[in-house]
Design a binder for this molecule. Sequence first.
Ligand code: SAM
Length: 322
Amino acid sequence: MGDSRWLSLDSSPRTWWTEIATAPEGDAVSIGASGGLFFFGGYVESAKAKAYEVLYGARAWLGKRLDARWENDPFGSSIRASREEYLQLFSEAKSQAYPEVDATEKEMGLYLNREWLDDLALHTQIVKKKETKLAYPHGRLLYSILRREIADRGLDHVTVLETGTARGFSALCMAKALSDSGVSGAIVTIDVLPHLKPQIWNCIDDHEGRKTRADLLSPWSSLTRSVLFLQGDTLRLVERVGLPRINFAFLDAQHTRKSVLAEFNAVASRQLSGDIVFFDDVTPDLFPGVVDAVNEIELRGDYAVRRLSISAQRAYAWATRR
Ligand SMILES: C[S@@+](CC[C@H](N)C(=O)[O-])C[C@H]1O[C@@H](n2cnc3c(N)ncnc32)[C@H](O)[C@@H]1O
């Protein structure tokens, strides 16, 4: 899968063009809030280029300062729960039944290995939080819907864009879909959280000391090889990710109407018939902005939208390009 880890970031003006070609396995690319990590000053001879340099240098500086807040323990600086508590939460989440998800899996005819899923979830989904119940069946849906698309369209190279990496759970479920389908491709995933900074993640692994996301995901290194982790704000990055085609997207970052629509529009301009965008948290009481965005997308008419509710707290939708 060597080639699949090449990524072109085109963030006009043209002097900003660069290629990220040789990121080592599990590496991350930090774009910064300004979207401007790389600046090639080949145009310094001209005053115009100098002006660009100063302007964008300042933007990059400001962006780095804005991003700094994500570098300092966004999940808190101390361990949230004992190992036993995490295991108890895991046992409750694992035993939940989701008949609607079972039915969708059956319809797709492709099933994610449950032992594999539960093991990944223990390290990347089981967190201590007050508000909502832990639930990770979206991993099964992403896997079976993506694999069905690959099979139905006869794809042999697949590009996936994800917004909202968090600890990497969904990115790995989609990487497994590519791997189990025997196709090449890449998962490009964006989050404001750093990939290579050791931190507390509010998960069972915190009991082994601070880990980077790369450390957390190291047991799945054969899959992270096909994942490119980008750090930065999706609103600044989605337009700049130089992917000519996005076969499948999972939008799971900021849950506002504005963000979801901006991300969707960036993705839609790179999709063709049969390509899919999947949405999490399409729940009116919790995330009305996501619900509004999905409704608006459906009204436009160029995507067929399906919805799946598994509880008052968790619902999904996916839109297939007509
Ligand atoms: C619900 S979590 C993603 C969960 C993940 N997709 C999964 O299923 O395991 C949302 C993530 O989006 C990130 N996020 C929120 N707003 C963002 C933004 N504007 N740009 C980039 N990342 C953002 C948060 O840092 C958080 O990690």
